[in-house]
Write a protein that binds this ligand. Structure first.
Ligand code: GN1
Ligand code: MG
Length: 343
């Protein structure tokens, strides 16, 4: 690691790995000049780390010109002025640590409102920016048709015993195929726009901070983080993943499905929060798909987890036998509960 620290010219006091996210390795580095977040980019998943680097710099310089006050995770420069380091087959990049904290589970609807507001604010910052200027960091990431295709492929070519054991879940997910058709109709509609889209809007990708205003302590979301999956995309990805991760009382890892519920108030808070900055940006056709966004993303994640289970956990990995199966069942239950919401 000293090689990397030297590249940045850091005088390091301590560093420690943070265990967050399923994809990248993250370290907190404390130096004489403050704290940094250092990450390796998982280039088995992100095949083109330079595209991520390009996108974050492209957005950063646009914001520096148009809205410099917007809190953004600008990439840290090495002493040679680079923002991406390739070393021993790994890619490293760093950010100044922003003073704030991330939540792993959302506790109340104020946090849901705050998080959704930040994700809406993020996309709305770029309303005059040509989203297609950004590179595709993960091709077909939220392409539901492709995810469905990968699922049907895994049903045929996956591990035989796992296919047998997952029969019921396979049947359930197959029965929801109508969402794939709805998705196709949505993306092909003329009043649907490609925008700068985060594509990973889970609650832990928002930083919060406590502030005191008029003598009252307030918990405010201050910015969004983890911009690797920012690409041109559709608003249903961002709203949908918020619904997937913010409404539920348990995490996607939980196998205790009897206690899983979704919260009507939090759903309303997400809608209100996101639309605060995005209502004037979205077409009425898009607005009519606000609820669909949740169905789209929860369904896609259920497909992805079950597909990975059938494919012997090649993508997500598994800390115990059947972990991705547990996650898939969790998402199926979540979808059922989500569908019971009033909207
Ligand atoms: C992955 O690494 P993390 O937790 O930010 C995945 C998301 C999934 C999520 C499910 C690049 O995100 O799409 O929704 O796991 N990211 C990638 O926990 O596949
Ligand atoms: Mg992520």
């Amino acid at each position: 690691m000293n090689y990397i620290f030297e590249k940045y010219g850091w005088d390091v006091n301590t560093y420690a790995q943070l265990h967050q996210g399923l994809i990248n390795n993250t370290y907190k580095v404390t130096t004489q000049n403050g704290e940094y977040i250092l990450q390796t980019i998982n280039h088995h998943i992100f095949k083109d780390p330079k595209a991520i680097d390009y996108n974050i710099n492209e957005m950063g310089s646009y914001l520096n010109t148009c809205t410099p006050s917007y809190l953004f995770t600008h990439l840290e420069k090495t002493t040679e002025g680079k923002t991406l380091i390739e070393w021993e087959g790994q890619y490293f990049r760093a950010f100044k640590k922003i003073d704030g904290y991330a939540l792993s589970v959302l506790e109340n609807e104020i946090q849901a409102f705050e998080a959704a507001k930040q994700f809406g604010l993020f996309t709305s910052q770029f309303s005059d920016f040509d989203a297609t200027k950004l590179k595709i960091t993960l091709p077909d990431f939220h392409n539901l048709s492709l995810r469905y295709h990968q699922f049907t492929d895994a049903i045929i070519n996956g591990a035989v015993n796992r296919i047998k054991q997952s029969k019921e879940a396979i049947a359930t997910l197959s029965s929801y195929k109508g969402y794939v058709d709805q998705y196709e109709k949505f993306i092909q509609h003329t009043n649907v726009k490609l925008r700068v889209t985060h594509h990973d809007t889970k609650i832990s990708n928002v930083l919060f901070k406590n502030s005191i205003a008029s003598g009252m302590e307030n918990e405010k979301a201050i910015c969004v983080i983890d911009l690797d999956t920012v690409m041109p995309g559709y608003f249903i990805s961002d709203v949908g993943d918020m619904c997937r991760t913010c409404l539920c009382n348990v995490s996607e890892e939980d196998s205790n499905l009897d206690i899983l519920t979704v919260d009507q108030q939090k759903w309303e808070a997400i809608k209100k929060g996101y639309l605060q900055n995005m209502e004037s940006e979205l077409s009425s056709f898009e607005l009519d798909h606000f609820f669909f966004a949740g169905q789209f993303m929860i369904y896609m994640q259920a497909l992805r987890f079950l597909t990975d289970h059938l494919n012997m956990d090649v993508y997500y990995g598994a800390k115990y036998e059947g972990q991705n199966y547990v996650r898939a069942l969790n998402q199926i239950r979540l979808l059922e509960c989500y569908n019971a919401l009033a909207h």
